[in-house]
Design a protein around this ligand. Structure first.
Ligand code: NAD
Length: 238
């Protein structure tokens, strides 16, 4: 069976853990998975490191074929941390991948790169990034996505892609699902703002992870260098 070495940056987070489980459960490829994160996890070999430190990153990416980058600070923090991790950290990821000869870089972007409060129905990947973003998290995800896609270079054998989930939910989610649970527990479900017609796209975490696994298998010179919106289908777990 074919063996592929993969590093999952952000492997201890919600999406990262699902990606690792799905890769390890894949019976068609022998994925040798390492997580690179600020914290360790029990699913795979873990390297504790910070993407703002390019030396740590470069060492972790030696002899690796595929790099999945799904690390980001959680929402609701200060502007400085998003620029440091999402912009400078992602630039380090791109540079480190190129310097050690990683072949595929799969980046978890966000649907919010095209959203600044306007109604979006049946939106597709033709929409441009916003000129003005809702906040620093969204602005820095947009800059990071551009950095990753501009680095796509099939001629030299370096392929990149960006995946854009919307709000992610599912077992283990301590952000969106937990805030709904907390609001309900505090009795806040009794109030309604507006006419209850507002739509919001949520993506099941297992399907988000599955999109990354599909990229590990199918990313090629024809489909690289582009962003793809990730929506739901039947839920996929492991
Ligand atoms: P998460 O917070 O559960 O996981 C992120 C992981 O990144 C954490 O384990 C954290 O320790 C790690 N990390 C943060 N800074 C780091 C650094 N400097 N160096 C190394 N590791 C670092 O987040 P998640 O929900 O799993 O999100 C995964 C990705 O999906 C992120 O890129 C996020 O922007 C994107 N995304 C999330 C949502 C959502 O609703 N959760 C929606 C759209 C896009």
């Amino acid at each position: 069976m074919e063996t592929k070495k993969v590093v999952v940056i952000g492997g201890s987070g919600l999406v990262g853990q699902y990606i690792i489980k799905q890769l390890l459960n894949d019976k068609s490829v022998n994925y040798q998975v390492t997580s690179f994160d600020l914290t360790a996890n029990s699913l795979s070999h873990s390297v504790i490191g910070d993407i703002t430190n390019i030396a740590q990153l470069t060492e972790a990416l030696e002899n690796v074929e595929i790099c999945i980058h799904c690390a980001s600070p959680r929402t609701g923090l200060g502007k400085e941390i998003y620029f440091k991790v999402n912009v400078e950290g992602t630039r380090n990821v791109v540079d480190a991948c190129k310097s050690v000869g990683v072949k595929k870089l799969i980046f978890t972007s966000s649907a919010s790169v095209v959203y600044n409060g306007q109604h979006l129905l049946n939106a597709n990947e033709d929409l441009p990034h916003c000129d003005i973003h809702l906040d620093a998290y969204n602005e820095t995800k947009s800059i990071a996505e551009k950095l990753v896609l501009e680095a796509n270079d099939p001629a030299s054998g370096f392929l990149t892609i960006a995946l854009r989930p919307a709000g992610i939910f599912g077992p283990g989610d301590l952000q969106a699902s937990y805030s709904v649970y907390k609001a309900a527990k505090e009795g806040k479900y009794k109030y309604m703002v507006g006419e209850n017609k507002t739509l919001f796209d949520m993506t099941f975490v297992g399907n988000v992870a599955h999109a990354h696994v599909l990229c590990c298998k199918n990313l090629n010179a024809e489909n690289s260098g582009q962003a793809y919106n990730i929506t739901n289908d039947e839920p996929i777990y492991w």
